[in-house]
Design a protein around this ligand. Structure first.
Ligand code: PLP
Length: 391
């Protein structure tokens, strides 16, 4: 059994931290590597920010390490600040017209719902939202529901891989294949996927896939990526036009301004900035590899399985899915309706537990996360606190 890793993290030991899902947490050696990159930048900013001699080379090394982890070609992946930024690039690039339809679900992250609403408003496209039947128990039912939302004007399928509010692991592979075969763009929000579930982006074949490295991969905050199939890169335009852009960006045979592909150079060059978080991704991967992460993940999954079952027994409210379709390290547990903000404050102030509580559709939810620093005793504390508050 892997030892508990709490001593490796910077989290406040006075808090029972059960909310890795919101912003992640960075281990000490990874944070030290991040700090080293920042010191190097500050010592010689001109040399560091040289796109050819300085950080351009190191960004390439980080992309290569990340691509190897994600089953992707490094030429198809570019570093971004966060999943929201990466998905905005895609949503605001696609050439949508009035009457086109964007098919999505009722489980999407609120900020991205806003992104597509903004795009719909500017283009005249329409959002079609299917309701995923709960409990989620089969890939066939999930795929059928999505296909039932397709129409002659559907141009985009937008789906989370792991959902935020409901912590479901959507079985997206068949839906992606079926929808792509109809010539519809597939855009996947993988904010919670890297580091939590094994990914093989080339095998999945989605047109556009964005993921965070600062959540479950434990990189510092501000490390994420956008992966785009080679044949779709001609559709992508940066939101910020800078030195990496050129008039003939999408003309066949155009070279990138800084020695990479035009796709990478146009998205990576965004003015003066601190790229240290993305440069630290290889250190985060090294940390996971050095600590036997398959075993850590299995231990966390076990903690979550048990906690979810105990809370369901306490409330009598069934989970949103069978365990197969739940995020491995996160569970959104239904509790009897109450003010979620007051509950969250009570859990923190009275019991020292940091955990998100919120309403989703007609449910009040407590979403528990487990990472390598969490323990069974912390889960006991949560179950005891919920028991005291709810009964
Ligand atoms: C499903 C989903 N998408 C997108 C995001 C946004 O991530 P970020 O704030 O890193 O852009 C989150 C954040 O929790 C999320 O859960």
């Amino acid at each position: 059994m892997t030892d508990n890793l709490a001593a490796q993290f910077l989290l406040d030991p006075a808090v029972t931290f059960l909310n890795h899902g919101s912003y992640g947490a960075c281990p000490k050696p990874v944070f030290a590597a991040y700090h080293d990159w920042q010191l190097q930048l500050e010592r010689q900013p001109v040399a560091f920010l040289d796109p050819m001699r300085g950080y351009g080379r190191w960004m390439r090394a980080a992309r290569e390490a990340l691509a190897a982890e994600l089953g992707a070609d490094p030429a198809d992946l570019v570093g971004q600040m966060n999943a929201t930024a990466a998905l905005n690039i895609v949503a605001q690039s696609l050439p949508l017209r009035e009457g086109d339809e964007i098919l999505t679900t009722d489980h999407e992250y609120a900020a991205l719902d806003k992104t597509w609403a903004y795009v719909a408003r500017r283009t005249g496209a329409r959002i079609v939202r299917v309701k995923v039947p709960l409990p989620l128990t089969s890939e066939a039912a999930f795929t059928e529901t999505l296909l039932s939302g397709l129409g002659p004007r559907t141009r985009v399928l937008f789906l989370s891989h792991v959902t935020s509010a409901t912590a479901l692991l959507f079985p997206i592979a068949r839906a992606v294949a079926e929808v792509r075969a109809r010539g519809i763009w597939t855009v996947i929000d993988g904010a919670h996927a890297p580091g939590q579930i094994p990914l093989s982006l080339d095998a999945l074949g989605a047109d556009f896939y964005a993921g965070n490295c600062h959540k479950w991969m434990m990189a510092p905050k501000g490390a994420a990526f956008l992966h785009v199939r080679r044949d779709m890169q001609r559709l992508v335009n940066p939101l910020i036009i800078s030195h990496g852009w050129s008039e003939d960006l999408h003309a066949p045979g155009t070279a990138g301004a800084f020695g990479n592909t035009p796709f990478i150079d146009s998205l990576e060059m965004q003015g003066t900035r601190d790229p240290a978080a993305f440069l630290t991704v290889p250190a985060a991967l090294d940390f996971a590899h050095a600590h036997g992460w398959d075993e850590v993940r299995a231990r966390c999954r076990d903690l979550i399985d048990r906690t979810e079952a105990r809370v369901a027994a306490l409330t009598g409210l069934a989970p949103f899915s069978t365990p197969q379709f739940r995020a491995p390290q996160m569970a959104s547990m239904r509790i009897p309706r109450r003010d979620p903000r007051a509950l969250q404050v009570m859990l923190l102030e009275r019991h020292g537990i940091e955990i998100p509580c919120f309403d989703w559709e007609d449910n009040t939810i407590v979403r528990v996360s487990a990472q390598g620093y969490n323990t069974a005793a912390q889960m006991d504390l949560l179950v005891e606190a919920l028991s005291a508050i709810l009964t």
